[in-house]
Design a binder for this molecule. Structure first.
Ligand code: DX5
Ligand code: ZN
Length: 228
C-alpha cells in the first residue's frame, strides 16, 4: 500500500503548495501516459474524482482504475476525492487499490468522525471536503480529525467550471484552525487567474484539471500554479 515516499507527501511536502492534477480532464484513452507525463512535469500527486451519479450528477471512476494507476506508478501519492453519498462503503476497496488519501464530503450521509477513524484504520490519510453552498461552521467541529480539508471552489460534478471567489473567506477561517501538519486543498476552477488568490488565502494543495490537461505544456502550467 503506502510506501515511505508516498506517505510523506502531505506531512513532509517537498515544498508548498503541492500541485495535484485532477485526471478528470485527461485523455482517458491514454490515461497511463498522461499520468506519467504530469508527474514527470512536476506534479506532486494525482487527484482522482469519484462520482456516484447521486451525490453529484455525473459518473466517473472507481477502485479498479485507481489500482491500475497504483500498479503503473507505485510511488505516486493517489488522492481520491469521493463525491458519493456513502463514502464509508468504499473505504476498503480504495485502500486495497493503493489509495493514499481518501476524502469524503461533510454533506454526505456518514458521520465525519467515524469516517476519519475508519479511513485511518485502513491505513490511508483522511480528507474532508465542503461544497460552496455549505456554511463553514458545518465543517469546523471535524477539522481536527482530518489530515486535509478540501474547500470546493465549484459545485462538484464537472471540470472546466468557473471559480467561485466567495469560498476564499472559508479558506481563511479554516486555515486559522489547522495544525502545521494539516493541509488545506482547493478544487475547482483553479488556474492562472485564480491560483494566486488561493495561495494567498492559505491553500497549500492546489487541484487543477483543465488548467493542466487543457494546455500543451504541463510543466509550465504546474509551475504557474505553484507560483515559484
Ligand atoms: C469537480 C472535481 C474537480 C475537477 C476540477 O467536481 O472535484 O477535481 O476535476 O476541474 P477544473 O480544475 O477544470 O475546475
Ligand atoms: Zn476533485
Amino acid at each position: 500500500m503506502q510506501t515511505q515516499e508516498t506517505m510523506s507527501v502531505l506531512t513532509s511536502p517537498p515544498s508548498l503548495p503541492l500541485v495535484a492534477p485532477s485526471i478528470l480532464s485527461a485523455d482517458f484513452a491514454r490515461l497511463g501516459q498522461e499520468c506519467r507525463k504530469v508527474i514527470e512535469s512536476g506534479a506532486d500527486l494525482l487527484h482522482l474524482d469519484v462520482m456516484d451519479g447521486h451525490f453529484v450528477p455525473n459518473l466517473t471512476m472507481g477502485p479498479a482504475l485507481c489500482k491500475s494507476l497504483h500498479t503503473m506508478l507505485p510511488d505516486v501519492y493517489l488522492d481520491v476525492h469521493l463525491m458519493v453519498e456513502r463514502p464509508m462503503e468504499y473505504i476498503d476497496s480504495f485502500a486495497g487499490a493503493g489509495t493514499n488519501l481518501f476524502t469524503g464530503h461533510v454533506e454526505a450521509d456518514d458521520d465525519p468522525f467515524e469516517l476519519a477513524k475508519t479511513i485511518h484504520n485502513a491505513g490511508m490519510d483522511a480528507g474532508l471536503a465542503i461544497n460552496p453552498p455549505t456554511d463553514v461552521e458545518e465543517i469546523l467541529p471535524y477539522v481536527e480529525a482530518f489530515d486535509l480539508i478540501l474547500v470546493m471552489s465549484v459545485n462538484p460534478g464537472f471540470s472546466g467550471q468557473a471559480f467561485i471567489p466567495e469560498v476564499l473567506s472559508k479558506v481563511e477561517t479554516i486555515s486559522k484552525r489547522l495544525r502545521p501538519d494539516q493541509r488545506l486543498q482547493m478544487d475547482g476552477g483553479v488556474g492562472p487567474k485564480t491560483c494566486e488568490s488561493c495561495r494567498d488565502a492559505g491553500c497549500d494543495v492546489l487541484v487543477a484539471a483543465s488548467a493542466i490537461f487543457g494546455t500543451d505544456n504541463y510543466a509550465e502550467a504546474i509551475a504557474g500554479l505553484r507560483g515559484h
